[in-house]
Design a protein around this ligand. Structure first.
Ligand SMILES: [Zn+2]
Length: 421
């Protein structure tokens, strides 16, 4: 793709993204539907929640889906049916009225199945996995549960049949989407939806990583071995950045849009993978400000991580910058963006950084260090070749300050795969 072509392509992609956020556009669609189906007081009542309810459906579920929902939600027979079904499920599934017991603990939800999701490493977060799961359930059921009136006809018929005989579960599971579940499963990156067989509720799945997301690797070429090591080099790799915004490209490459949610490990993995195709090595490391370490016996291997900051008793070490025993500290990375970045200088020299990407197109987000002033970034000298970074930040426990924490390992795996002038 030529530079000029790319410029137009990028502009159109960015305007597409911007348009998706335009609530005015959604409002117009919503108003059109209301005029079509509703008059009198019902129209006024409907208008009260149209922005919250309707715009999200139009954005994520499509126009026809919303049209169907409005038809049903304005038909008294359907409304009565949905209310009855909801009451039945709440009762049968034992969703608690109060979310905190006197002792501050969460009550259990009966007949609830995780379907493999949320199986996080027990020491991954400052909260226990059980607490994370319970607060998810609290959020899920904390507001009145509603059966989605926009569900397809076949699902509705199945539920109607079930209401006539509730003694046994349905033959299949029917999705009963909540209007908005913003949480995703960190392991698989899925947006979570709920389905029922009438006797139980479960998350739609199964989770693709029921045993947790594994450590993952990506590879790039460092043809000169003069490697810039810093926080953020995206301004020099805008082609990859554009591809990451392009849902058509992601679908073609087998990556579904939800998978790129950066709140999940799968999303950060796929993002790192996309950048690696352009020889940009990057990885999520949280707000850890890691250092880059090298052992004299392994000159082409870099460890990205932090040395211990306290002793075994939990007392802070005196030294502000404690060392990792036996290793040389090459670079410190200030994680304004919670990622680390490495790229051969050959891919940065003679290239214009795309500063506008930050100041305007990305909403003027704060980045601290100006990422476009390349001279400020330190260089690490490595033997030219192909390098692999293996990232397992998501496996490193919080706390345990008496132990070194290594989030990623960069190692030479052979000669460059590409040819460079
Ligand atoms: Zn999952």
């Amino acid at each position: 793709m030529s530079q000029k072509h790319l410029e137009g392509y990028r502009e159109s992609e960015i305007s597409k993204i911007k348009n998706q956020q335009e609530t005015e556009m959604c409002q117009e669609l919503a108003d059109g539907l209301i005029q079509k189906y509703l008059t009198g007081p019902a129209a006024d009542q409907f208008a009260k929640w149209r922005i919250r309810g309707l715009t999200s459906s139009i954005l994520f579920d499509g126009f026809n889906y919303t049209e169907r929902r409005i038809k049903r939600e304005t038909n008294p027979e359907y409304v009565a049916f949905f209310e009855k079904l909801q009451a039945h499920l709440l009762d049968r599934l034992g969703i608690p009225d109060k979310w905190y017991r006197n002792d501050g603990k969460f009550p259990k939800v009966k007949n609830w199945y995780w379907n493999g999701h949320f199986n996080y490493d027990p020491h991954m977060f400052y909260k226990s996995v059980e607490d994370i799961k319970q607060s998810f359930l609290k959020e899920l059921f904390g507001i009145t549960m509603s059966i989605d009136a926009g569900m397809p006809e076949e699902d509705l018929q199945e539920l109607q049949k079930f209401m006539e005989d509730t003694s046994k579960p349905m033959d299949r599971w029917v999705p009963i989407q909540k209007k908005s579940i913003l949480k995703i499963c960190h392991n698989c990156g899925r947006e979570l939806q709920v389905e029922t067989d009438g006797h139980a509720l479960r998350l739609v799945g199964p989770c693709e990583h029921p045993n947790g997301y594994p450590a993952y690797s990506v590879e790039v070429d460092f043809p000169t071995g003069e490697v810039v090591v810093t926080n953020d080099l995206r301004p020099w790799f805008r082609e990859a950045w554009v591809r990451l915004q392009d849902s058509d490209h992601r679908l073609k490459s087998g990556v579904f849009p939800g998978d790129l949610d950066l709140n999940g490990t799968r999303g950060v993995h796929y993002t790192a993978l996309e950048y690696s195709y352009d020889n940009y090595m990057t990885g999520y490391c949280g707000n850890t400000c890691p250092a880059v370490w090298r052992h004299p016996d392994h000159p082409n291997t870099l460890l990205i991580g932090n040395a211990p900051y306290c002793d075994a008793n939990g007392d802070d070490l005196d030294d502000d910058h404690p060392i990792l025993e036996g290793y040389e500290k090459l670079v410190g990375i200030c994680t304004d963006l919670w990622w680390f970045s490495l790229a051969d200088k050959a891919f940065i020299d003679n290239k214009e950084p795309l500063f506008r990407l930050y100041s305007e197109d990305m909403g003027g987000c704060y980045l601290g260090t100006d990422p476009t002033i390349i001279e400020k970034h330190p260089i690490v000298h490595l033997e030219p070749g192909r390098y692999r970074v293996t990232n397992h930040h998501h496996k490193v426990p919080d706390g345990c300050g008496e132990l070194p924490k290594i989030y990623a390992v960069v190692e030479r795996v052979g000669d460059c795969e590409g040819t460079y002038e």
